[in-house]
Design a protein around this ligand. Structure first.
Ligand code: MG
Length: 229
């Protein structure tokens, strides 16, 4: 029986690709639409791919149609497979050990999923590059929603399905590195662990009032006690 669902953000929480997504998106704009590769003042961290691409399309005067979204995605995924290798990213401290421990039979009551702004396929490309994709069997992704709160609602529904039906909001723990991760966790009334391994400081994260704030995920016991609590 599943007692807790841990939903991990990817970028800035599990790993740093060092700009592979940004670079892949710029190359996709160029190869799919012949657009000058600029992302202007657009923020990437903590947002969904759908929302980011929507802004990129507006910036480049590209019509936001289903066809263009699909074309962008096809090009983006091809470029991402290359940029993720080019930018020499890293898995963040403590992540591999934590995921391996959660994968042990003794922790089978904790289900591990994703709550990320990446599309499902982009998430798979990034995680597979770092050898982490096998730990995540379900989640909420940034394919269909500009707003991360909607991805959180999808993650909740998919968590329920994975858990086989009954699952209360307080049984879910979101782990993320941006104020948006905290906001979307609150939107589904889940608990939230903020980690300051991304582009936001502890002070900035504190303002969004996470239930827990950790410098990183190296203290496996501390994370486990929150998940089991
Ligand atoms: Mg993040």
């Amino acid at each position: 029986m599943i007692k807790t669902v841990a939903l991990f953000d990817i970028d800035g929480t599990l790993l740093h690709t060092r700009g592979a997504g940004h670079l892949g998106a710029c190359r996709a704009l160029a190869s799919a639409f012949g657009a000058e590769p600029t992302s202007g003042e657009i923020t990437f961290a903590g947002r969904t791919d759908r929302g980011i691409v929507s802004d990129l399309f507006r910036l480049h005067d590209i019509e936001e149609s289903a066809e263009n979204w699909h074309l962008f995605q096809t090009h983006y995924l091809q470029h991402l497979k290359e940029t993720v290798a080019e930018t020499a990213g890293v898995v963040l401290p403590g992540v591999e050990l934590l995921l391996r421990v959660l994968d042990e039979p003794g922790y089978s009551e904790i289900a591990v999923g994703l709550l990320t702004g990446n599309t499902q396929q982009a998430a798979k490309v990034k995680l597979a590059y770092f050898g982490l994709d096998q730990f995540f069997l379900f989640g909420g992704f940034g394919d269909d929603w500009a707003c991360r709160n909607d991805a959180a609602r999808a993650a909740f529904e998919n968590s329920k399905t994975f858990a086989g039906g009954e699952l209360k909001a307080e049984q879910i723990v979101v782990i993320g590195d941006t104020p948006n991760d905290i906001v979307c966790a609150k939107a589904i009334e889940a608990r939230v662990i903020a980690v300051s391994t991304g582009s936001y400081s502890e002070d900035e994260l504190t303002e969004a009032e996470p239930d827990h704030l950790l410098a990183d995920l190296t203290d496996t016991d501390a994370v486990l006690s929150i998940l089991c609590g």
